[in-house]
Design a protein around this ligand. Structure first.
Ligand code: SIN
Length: 284
């Protein structure tokens, strides 16, 4: 097994390993790389649904997948697997979530009090171009904060909105409010301590309908704009061009991610699992 960084601020590739037959000694090295790089890429994996779930469980207890945009539970018999896909089933309805458009920068489900610690995406079918998934490293982004921004965010919390998902789709049963202080969501510290490594990381959630507690709306918007412009600077990012059989796992406590749009007439099927949040995000 060989592990190499993918980019300076986030991610490493793990070569020479078959995740269907992973030895405990290899898992130990993988977890050390996970703590160091906050996202790992494994290529050329052949995993059926049981194999995907079995590997995901080695990172922790799994969440049951939320109800998808189409109102369905995702994969019959596999409540832990969520489907991200634009493909339509025989009834003309999408078999998964997020369509073919851009998924904007976010961290998964931060509108919950205890968001999932990690997310794993496994590529089953891909369009010829587009649909790249981007990661941004939030430990490096915190370390690189200019002093005025570091001062402005110290001790503050963001309200993380739960109205819309990253594809811009409204979540089922949620009322849309224009004022972020009134919308559904959860407050979390802007600077969190990673529970495994103790490193400080920016925890931003998503930009739309976010609000910095205690500020006027105008001041909150200005601070959020400055923070997001900083956190998504190219030096903190890595763009992943998928191949079928790639498995990418990211740490929601230390990364943001987004997805490029792709041709809606092409097919893209990704399976996702999520590791349960062991704790609520902890202030640094
Ligand atoms: C997501 O934003 O969670 C999905 C990413 C992707 O489809 O690549």
């Amino acid at each position: 097994m060989e592990i190499r960084p993918l980019a300076p601020a986030v991610g490493a590739i793990v070569d020479g390993v078959d995740l269907a037959h992973l030895a405990d000694a290899d898992l130990k090295q993988i977890i050390a790389a996970w703590d160091a790089h906050n996202a790992l890429l494994f290529r050329g994996q052949s995993l059926d649904n049981d194999g995907f779930i079995a590997f995901a469980r080695r990172f922790g207890e799994l969440e049951h997948a939320p109800i998808m945009e189409n109102g369905r539970t995702p994969v019959p018999g596999y409540p832990e697997i969520y489907v991200v896909s634009n493909v339509k089933g025989p009834d003309g309805k999408p078999i998964g979530s997020l369509g073919a458009g851009e998924a904007v920068w976010h961290t998964d489900m931060s509108y919950l009090d205890n968001p999932p610690d990690a997310s794993m995406l496994f590529a089953r079918e891909l369009p010829p171009t587009g649909g790249d998934t981007w990661l941004a490293g939030m430990c490096a982004a915190y370390d690189g904060l200019p002093p005025d921004l570091a001062k402005a965010v110290a001790g503050k919390r963001i309200k993380h909105d739960g109205t819309f998902n990253s594809g811009g789709y409204k979540r089922a049963g949620v009322e849309v409010k224009d004022d972020p202080r009134e919308s559904v969501g959860a407050y979390h510290p802007i600077v969190c301590a990673h529970p495994r490594t103790g490193r400080s990381a920016l925890y931003l959630g998503r930009r739309r309908l976010a609000y910095v507690e205690g500020l006027s709306l105008d001041a909150s918007e200005a601070l959020l704009d400055a923070l997001w412009a900083h956190a998504t600077r190219p030096e903190y990012c890595f763009a992943h061009r998928w191949q079928v059989g790639d498995l990418l796992v990211w740490d929601n406590r230390a990364t943001l991610h987004r997805r490029d749009p792709f041709d809606e007439t092409a097919r893209r099927i990704m399976h996702r699992t999520q590791i349960k949040g062991a704790t609520a995000p902890i202030a640094a």
